[in-house]
Design a protein around this ligand. Structure first.
Ligand code: 4H6
Length: 259
């Protein structure tokens, strides 16, 4: 897969390019990253990329022309016409399902905003879609771009040592991940759940699934609403809801007694 990034701060991408899963995807050639700095596409002595906003107000706005030329260079470098995505707080929320879908594409261009944002005429004319990594504002689109690049690269075959680990993980199946344990078996007063020590693979699977469902119910019930469950999940979830319900009722009773 080919990734192009339009950014005024290309050095920030060193942070993910040399190590880890993403770095290895690059060095193995499964992934290509090309950075395009709008500043390199200016023609004035000061290499100006921003100007004051029409209508007044604080801060500066990224100008159309350096962005347009940087994007043109990126599209020319891409192996085929690439989708152009602006990382933006106004974008559609980026999900695991989108990471998986995007990993099938040949080329993608991510545009990173700085200052107060981009001249809307560039967005309207050249941007296909806007993505957001979450409901918060950052000082630039670079960290969001690295976030989606990492999420996408994990789905490129050969990127992870064990591809199953992507499937096992949280979100793709709509539940959070189960908790993990490693040696030593006893750490202070805490021991590893005995269900994981039997070597019974089916029992382990069932136990992990139960914990994953419990966590999801406790922390992200929104992920479960409106979903259909296979019989085992249904059974585990019902048992877990009963446990949590009983727990809540017990807590309420204790509270009342304290008064
Ligand atoms: C586009 C428009 C993405 C990009 C404005 C980008 C959060 C996310 C940016 C801006 C981003 C996200 C510039 C507005 C700095 C605030 C870059 N912030 N901003 N949630 N910022 O994915 O001022």
């Amino acid at each position: 897969m080919w990734l192009g990034v339009i950014t005024l701060l290309p050095d920030m991408f060193d942070a993910v390019s040399n190590d880890g899963v993403f770095g290895r995807a690059l060095s193995s050639g499964r992934l290509t990253l090309e950075l395009f700095n709008p500043r390199d596409f200016t023609e004035d002595r000061h290499r100006t990329v921003d100007d004051r906003p029409y209508g007044g107000g604080a801060g500066m706005v990224m100008m159309v022309e350096p962005l347009r030329r940087a994007l043109e260079a990126a599209q020319e470098a891409a192996p085929e016409r690439a989708k152009v995505v602006l990382m933006s707080p106004q974008g559609q929320r980026f999900t695991q399902a989108m990471a998986l879908a995007e990993s099938e594409s040949k080329a993608l261009i991510l545009v990173c905003g700085r200052y107060e944002g981009l001249d809307e005429r560039f967005v309207a004319r050249y941007v296909d879609t806007e993505w957001s990594v979450g409901d918060y504002v950052l000082s630039g689109g670079e960290l969001p771009a690295m976030t989606v690049m990492d999420a996408i690269s994990r789905h490129i075959p050969g990127t992870l040592g064990n591809h199953q680990s992507v499937i096992d993980e949280s979100y793709l199946d709509g539940t959070l991940d189960y908790p993990h344990y490693t040696r030593p078996e006893f750490a202070g007063t805490e021991s590893v759940p005995s269900e994981l020590m039997t070597g019974d693979h089916n029992r382990t699977r069932r136990f992990r699934r139960s914990l994953a469902l419990q966590r999801t119910l406790e922390r992200r019930p929104d992920l479960l609403t409106g979903r259909l469950f296979e019989p085992l999940d249904r059974q585990l979830l019902t048992a877990c809801a009963e446990r949590l319900g009983a727990h809540t009722v017990e807590k309420e009773r204790e509270k009342k007694q304290d008064h």
